[in-house]
Design a protein around this ligand. Structure first.
Ligand code: NAG
Ligand code: NAG
Ligand code: NAG
Ligand code: NAG
Ligand code: NAG
Ligand code: NAG
Ligand code: NAG
Length: 452
């Protein structure tokens, strides 16, 4: 699909809210899949990568994580790290605690966008310390350019974290800065509701350069001027995003092609997004705590596995105990079942230890002891080649994290930033990403137009 250069010409000196401009399937034109619901309230704290990877797709670039939360950095031309929630909210509130990037022409953005291109925005120009831009679109309608309104923020938006909120119902849209309402848009004021955002949206956070020389002058002016990439890197920091879905259910279904909120049906059932979040939040025990929680016989197995002489004595004691228990067949069966379960637990534990680079098995010791003495320990359950040196005579409490295995956190494997979105100038699309030239058709993609 070709961008209209006429549109760009018209954009000169008009706030070009070159908004997030693509959709995989536009429900106004086609029968599209249901949109998975969040269906809950959750505060995403961006202090580790799993918060992002569990619930967001990284649609361009990659992020780093530090004391200031997730870092969206532009190191060079065409960088535009961007994430997009895997879930949708159907009316709701989103509060993002963030620090905008510096850098003339650099745009930090918070975008809510639906599949039919309803959109609610916060945008920050890197050259502007004092103001935040609010904007909205309905059904991708870009024919009027009076929707962007700028509001002053108490302190430098690039130096300080502020809390930027959108509170969105069927009746009105409210933008707040640090809990103070700056803008209210009633439904009717958005072209009698026709331009009012009213369909399920994803939450998108990202940074891009509107001050790239490849953009039309109108875009560059709107962005605050040309970007000097040699003065970078430019980083937007996001501490958290508090997201509340005002609807519940498993997914949002587009009932017809009107794009009206009345046509959207919340399907009954549990939200898989919510289930995933809750599961990830279950308290995880430290490795030492897990060891403490294991049954005694299992612990002995682990001591032996670690080759300790003292533990061998305990094992001998255990051996005797088991022999004595052989007196009663029934008792033995019950005991074996118990041991089997404990062995399973211990095996899981061993696997985990090994994953954390701690090993712990000792084939030779198991061979000496025999399977019987340990109720089935070792033997076939010792993975070939896993025999490791002894690791001291007690249970280690400090897991070693091996270089290539993240214990709690997986290294990011971001997709090729340009994949799927690359246009002729090979710039990845992102929220608020202006794109001139050609959009490559990616099969089902129907979107790919421009706003400003
Ligand atoms: C991240 O923040 C959560 C919620 O405040 C906290 O429980 C957790 O310990 C933090 N994790 C890291 C790695 O700082
Ligand atoms: C996130 O990415 C997955 C895998 O590419 C895709 O199936 C899913 O539709 C994406 N979610 C959204 C909301 O785009
Ligand atoms: C920041 O934006 C506001 C609103 O558009 C504008 O009045 C102000 O002049 C801008 N400041 C700079 C330094 O560009
Ligand atoms: C797009 O918005 C303009 C200005 O608000 C409005 O006049 C026009 O009717 C809208 N177009 C559609 C298709 O709704
Ligand atoms: C951000 O502001 C919203 C709206 O007032 C509030 O509900 C939320 O608790 C605030 N978040 C933080 C982290 O202060
Ligand atoms: C939804 O989750 C609840 C609680 O986890 C469960 O009892 C219920 O069976 C689930 N419903 C469906 C339709 O999966
Ligand atoms: C959807 O269809 C309308 C009306 O036919 C058309 O104007 C619009 O360009 C189409 N949008 C997309 C994204 O294909």
């Amino acid at each position: 699909m070709r961008f209209s250069t006429l549109l760009f010409a018209a954009s000169v000196l008009v706030a070009p809210t070159v908004a997030q401009t693509w959709t995989d399937c536009n429900p106004l034109n086609a029968t599209c899949p249901d949109n998975p619901a969040l269906g809950m309230h959750h505060n995403f704290v961006f202090n580790k990568s799993s918060t992002v990877t569990n619930s967001f797709n990284i649609t361009a670039g990659k992020l780093e994580y530090g004391n200031n939360g997730a870092e969206f950095t532009i190191n060079k031309r065409k960088d535009s790290p961007t994430i997009q929630s895997k879930f949708y909210i159907f009316f709701g509130s989103v509060s993002v605690v963030m620090k905008a990037a510096t850098g003339q022409g650099i745009i930090s953005s918070i975008v809510l966008q639906s599949e039919d291109l309803d959109e609610v925005d916060w945008e920050f120009m890197g050259g502007n310390a004092t103001h935040a831009e609010t904007n909205y679109f309905g059904k991708g309608n870009t024919t009027s350019f009076d929707r962007a309104v700028y509001y002053p923020v108490d302190t430098d938006v690039r130096e300080n974290f502020h809390n930027y909120t959108v509170d969105w119902t069927a009746e009105r849209l409210i933008w707040m800065i640090d809990g103070k309402i700056v803008r209210t848009l009633p439904f009717a004021e958005a072209n009698k509701g026709h331009n009012y955002p009213q369909t399920p949206v994803t939450v998108r956070l990202g940074i891009w350069s509107g001050g790239d020389t490849s953009f039309p002058q109108g875009t560059i002016d709107w962005a605050g001027g040309l970007t000097d990439f040699s003065k970078g890197p430019y980083t937007m920091y996001v501490k958290s995003a508090d997201v509340k879905d005002y609807s519940t259910g498993s997914a949002y279904h587009w009932g017809d092609r009107s794009g009206s909120w009345q046509s959207i049906k919340a399907l009954a059932g549990n939200s898989t997004a919510a289930e995933k979040i809750l599961k990830a939040e279950e308290p995880t025990l430290s490795i030492a705590e897990k060891f403490q929680a294991l049954p005694q016989t299992t612990k002995m197995g682990i001591y032996i596995g670690s080759g300790s002489a003292a533990a061998l004595l305990l094992a001998a004691f255990l051996f005797v105990c088991i022999r004595q228990r052989r007196a009663g067949r029934k008792e033995r069966d019950a005991y074996n079942a118990k041991v089997e379960k404990e062995r399973q637990d211990a095996y899981t534990y061993q696997v985990e230890l090994r994953e954390k680079g701690m090993g712990g098995w000792d084939n030779r010791e198991f061979a000496n002891q025999g399977d019987d003495a340990l109720g089935g320990w070792g033997g076939s359950h010792v993975v070939a080649g896993s025999s490791t040196r002894a690791r001291g005579n007690d249970v280690p409490t400090l897991p070693e994290i091996s270089g290539n295995t993240g214990a709690n956190d997986f290294p990011l494997r971001s997709p090729n930033p340009a994949s799927g979105y690359a246009g002729s100038n090979n710039i990845p699309r992102s929220p608020s990403f202006a794109h001139n030239g050609e959009i490559q058709s990616t099969g089902s993609t129907r979107g790919g137009y421009h706003k400003f």
